[in-house]
Design a protein around this ligand. Structure first.
Ligand code: ATP
Ligand code: MG
Length: 434
């Protein structure tokens, strides 16, 4: 993409309600803009990042044997009444009426709709197991939409639902999804923890959350320093009361509050802040029973499906990457999430040799399938560099004055180091780095 043709409205200032780095930088970098409380537009850069994350989620799920579907975002209220959740969901569930006064809901989650889809279509134990998912818009009228994409009202979620003929098989799938989610978050380049979690309003037993570790996280986790063990403090009553008492205490002070008990492995426990990016639940037959969704077992006897459900906050992940990877100048995208891997900067577009080399490299990288931006704008070098740092391209090739000596520079966004490279070797050097 040529920067002169792109729609990337970067700004110096962030709106006053943007208190977190991801919120500030995603708006300032021209990735997203707000359309009202908890409602966001994705501009071209934001859309590219969102789609990259979405593609990785899909790839890993499909490899694990899941099938993608797309459910209607608007669901009739009757569906929620039959499951008994119409009231339980409270005000987070937004209701609307059509011209005939029929009531509908903007889907905050889709257990009911997915059970209805499978009901009477999957009738035999031979057709099980089945794991269906979608990556689709959700609406939750959150009491306090805030922190940009981290807690929106309209947001993108991957929600998956699996159907089984036995509890053992459901647990097998639950474990498979834990492994699959770990692969997804690892590929995204995130530092995360899997923790035991409260199962909240959805109900059922056996629930784990995936948290991106970041000081700005809304959840407090207890994690072992020696092994994999971790728990959301919501699950530990005693601890959660203790934290409640210390609400006014800073995070650093919280870290210092001694936990009497040690981890089962003998390791020391510590507090960490986390952003919940994924949640997996063992549902059992809660929804299949309520909605009378049965299959016939080996003996021809009807039984309700055993179910599990699996969620990933896809749009929340966009912000989580930045909460974990930024500095005072802007975004530092991981390789898997960067909107463009390489930015080619023409220092002075009046210099024909600079333009010629930049154009040549741009075409060559494009041919090789590298996502590349060409900053061909008639702007000052300092201005363009600031912009590149704010957006956070992993590598910027600077074609400037040094070209007279046959040299160009590669600026590494993460380390902030500039490396000189011979102009004839720049292509192979870039291919090596990415
Ligand atoms: P939270 O405790 O953060 O409100 P939740 O427990 O309500 O999350 P789930 O119902 O498990 O969330 O939804 C699955 C995933 O969707 C969550 O793990 C999270 O990543 C994402 N998610 C939930 N609510 C929001 C929101 N308001 N904005 C963006 N992502 C969200
Ligand atoms: Mg919630």
């Amino acid at each position: 993409m040529r920067r002169s043709r792109a729609f990337i409205p970067t700004t110096k200032e962030a709106p006053s309600d943007a208190t977190l780095p991801s919120h500030q930088f995603l708006i300032r970098g021209g990735f997203i803009n707000s359309q009202g409380a908890g409602l966001y537009n994705f501009m071209p850069l934001g859309k590219i990042v969102l789609d990259k994350i979405r593609a990785i989620v899909k790839e890993e799920l499909d490899k694990a044997g899941c099938s993608e579907v797309q459910l209607s975002f608007v669901t009739p209220i009757g569906l929620w009444e039959r499951s008994g959740r119409a009231d339980a969901m409270g005000k987070e569930m937004l209701r609307i009426a059509d011209r005939h006064q029929n009531e509908f809901v903007l889907s905050p989650t889709n257990e009911e709709a997915m059970v209805e889809l499978v009901k009477n279509r999957v009738t035999s134990y031979k057709d099980l197991p089945l794991n269906l998912y979608q990556i689709n818009t959700k609406f939750r009228d959150e009491a306090r939409p805030r922190y940009g994409l981290l807690r929106g009202r309209e947001f993108l979620m991957k929600d998956g639902y699996s159907f089984h003929s036995s509890t053992e098989d459901m647990i097998r799938e639950f474990n498979l999804m834990e492994v699959t989610y770990k692969k997804i978050f690892t590929r995204l380049g995130l530092n995360f923890r899997v923790v035991a979690a409260d199962s909240g309003a959805i109900g059922g037993e056996g629930s784990k959350e995936f948290h991106v570790l970041a000081d700005s996280g809304e959840d407090t986790l207890v994690v072992c320093q020696s092994c994999d063990y971790g728990a959301n403090i919501e699950t530990i009553d005693e601890l959660s009361n203790k934290i409640e008492e210390f609400k006014e205490t800073s995070y650093e002070e919280l870290q210092n509050i001694a936990i009497n008990s040690k981890c089962a492995c003998g390791g020391e426990l510590s507090f960490k802040k986390g952003i919940e990016v994924g949640h997996i639940f063992q549902l059992g037959d809660k929804y299949s029973k309520a909605l009378e969704a049965n299959f016939n077992d080996e003996n021809g006897k009807p039984k309700p499906f055993e179910m599990a459900t699996f969620g990933i906050g896809v749009s929340r992940l966009v912000a989580s990457v930045i909460e974990q990877n930024h500095d005072e100048n802007g975004c530092i995208w991981t390789k898997a999430t960067a909107p463009y891997m390489v930015n080619i900067m023409i220092s002075n577009i009046k210099e024909t040799p600079q333009v010629a080399l930049a154009e040549e490299l741009y075409l060559k990288l494009q041919e090789a399938g590298v996502s590349v931006m060409l900053d061909d704008r008639k702007e000052r070098f300092g201005f363009k560099m600031k912009d590149a740092e704010l957006i956070g391209f992993p590598y910027t090739v600077i074609i400037g004055k040094e070209l007279e000596n046959g040299q160009v520079q590669i600026f590494d966004r993460k380390s902030k180091e500039n490396t000189s490279v011979n102009k004839d070797e720049i292509y192979s050097k870039i291919m090596e780095l990415i």
